[in-house]
Design a protein around this ligand. Sequence first.
Ligand code: SF4
Length: 331
Amino acid sequence: MPHVDLIVQGAGEDAMAHLLGFSGQWQAPAHCGLDHSLVENFQRYQPSVETSRGCGRGCAFCEERAMPLTDLKTPARIVKELHTLIDVYGDQSVRPYFQSSYLVPKRKWADELANAIQAAGINIAWRCESRVDSVKPNAVPGLVAAGMKVIDLGLESASLLQLERMQKADKPQRYLDAASKLLETCASHGIWVKVNVLLYGGETAQTLDETQRWLDAHAQYLKGVSVGPVVVYGPPSHSEEFLGELAEFGARPVEVSSAEERGVTQVHLSAEINHEQAEIESIRLSRRYMTQDDYFDLKRFSYYPRDYSDEQFRRDVADCDPQRLPFRQSA
Ligand code: SF4
């Protein structure tokens, strides 16, 4: 990126006043949501509603581990932004992503959101992302009534040792118990749950097996599973410390020079699982829980262009190397 002379880690607001030459603190205007109409052919893409920013829960691998969580937007504000989307897109067929790295909806907030959305006559299905232990099952009915249809959950692992290494939770067993309850509750309300799994430093056949057994036991609640090995981003000044942490678990860079040359470092996870095996295991595990139709349903909901058809998808799948597909193919 030869024209970039400043990279801001975290939220950019603090740098905004300086960059735009304002004196004093810059404040985002109170009415602002995202102006989707600025994007060329925006009608082809699903919109986003930003609901909160930051997190601060301290997961070792995450850019937002120390970035403070902002307050959730109020239900009234979200309704206002949904109204704007309906105006801009012309109908209620959009399926926005409620963007929060770490959505923490209390039951009261979820119920108020449902009431506000229903009172406004809005009927829009949406998707969001959170931790498995942060959405309490008692908030799920309100979220469903407000339109939630898909939730992406960063489970990361079901190995207690790996969860500890990731600093994902202080009490990993309690974390997994909370995950079980949430998955069951979501499935019983017709929510599609997609779980993200991270193959991490120190991963072995045994830790992978623990995760697989947990996922097997919860397979009936899952619409899909995304699996990938940890990747370290940034130049050496930014990535050295994390690479050092991973090294303590037996992980090492595939190419030592790649942080400097490309700003991305792939890693061999352990003496037992190298990078190539981690990629193979990732695809194997995704396939175990996800069919082609599940994959298409999930991608079409939020990521594919709105006019991307099932037929086009099947043609594109037929052009792919079947060994690389992260789902089981339909006949
Ligand atoms: S809970 Fe999610 S967003 Fe927060 S630090 Fe962990 S991985 Fe990052």
